[in-house]
Design a protein around this ligand. Structure first.
Ligand code: ATP
Ligand code: MG
Length: 256
């Protein structure tokens, strides 16, 4: 466990700490000021409109992108300074993950396992994510839900302390989403800290201890789902759904 102390928000020992994060891409400002921190074992949702900066944020957390300004600590390490250390302990499934079409499920896991000093057992992991029957199937022939299961397995292959899932349930049918949610629940029950980028408020309701809303490159809200319900200022303080609360929050002018 890291000894890093959070600066606020009631988080005792921050496993992921992001302060004042800024990042631009050749003239496009993607992030202006993103700040949140995640405690050990928490499942933390990251929400916000398309283009808000969610993927850019988690790519800075995994070390895939280097921030222009701000401070990030992951398990006490700065991902930009020591990407290798972070890569060993942070599993990630990024939004546009794609594998060579002919690569088979089990081959993919064995290939990625080779990058880690103490990888998970491939056979056991295949069983955990429900792909044991499809271990010989090439990536190109997997259904959307099976690809997502493989993504989860790839995120877990290094026995990480933290995992990042970016839009894992997007594009799945209700059954696929339920199955993937159950898998995330299992990851969460294993004590792994989870960063979950999602557009689905029911994912948040079922899985997340706290969430951040990022809008136009800035964190607009950090708190529990219950706090979002209260903050949205519903008429009687709670008649609406979490989705209503989220929409009310997003649609109010920035700065309020
Ligand atoms: N490599 C890049 N080059 C140029 N602009 C980029 C790049 N990556 C992201 N952007 C821009 O940065 C902004 C934030 O993008 P990002 O992918 O982080 O959004 P997001 O919140 O993940 O959106 P979505 O919900 O659609 O996945 C967008 O305006 C996007 O066009
Ligand atoms: Mg994204």
């Amino acid at each position: 466990m890291t000894g890093a102390q959070a600066l606020g928000g009631g988080v005792a020992a921050a496993v992921v700490d992001v302060r004042g994060l800024a990042k631009g891409f050749r003239g496009v400002t993607a992030l202006e000021d993103v700040t949140f921190s995640v405690a050990a074992g928490e499942t933390f949702g990251i929400l916000g409109p398309n283009g808000a900066g969610k993927t850019t944020t988690v790519e800075c957390v995994t070390g895939a992108l280097r921030p222009d300004a701000g401070h990030i600590s992951v398990l006490g390490v700065d991902p930009a300074a020591d990407r290798a250390a972070v890569r060993e302990r942070v599993g990630y499934q990024l939004q546009s993950a794609a594998l060579p079409p002919a690569l088979r499920v089990e081959e993919a896991l064995r290939l990625f396992a080779a990058f880690y000093p103490a990888p998970a057992d491939v056979t056991e992991l295949l069983r955990t994510v429900g792909l044991d029957k499809h271990r010989k199937r090439p990536f190109a022939k997997l259904s959307g839900g099976q690809k997502q299961r493989l993504s989860i397995a790839l995120a877990l292959i290094g026995n990480p302390d933290v995992v990042v899932f970016d839009e894992l349930t997007t594009g799945l049918d209700p059954q696929g989403r339920r199955d993937v949610r159950q898998l995330i629940q299992r990851v969460k029950d294993g004590g792994i800290t989870v960063l979950l980028v999602t557009h689905y408020l029911d994912d948040v309701e079922r899985l997340c201890d706290r969430l951040a809303i990022i809008d136009a490159g800035r964190t607009r809200f950090v708190g529990t789902p219950q706090e979002l319900l209260s903050a949205s200022g519903g008429n009687d303080g709670g008649a609406g759904s979490l989705e209503d609360a989220y929409l009310a929050f997003i649609e109010q002018p920035a700065g309020e």
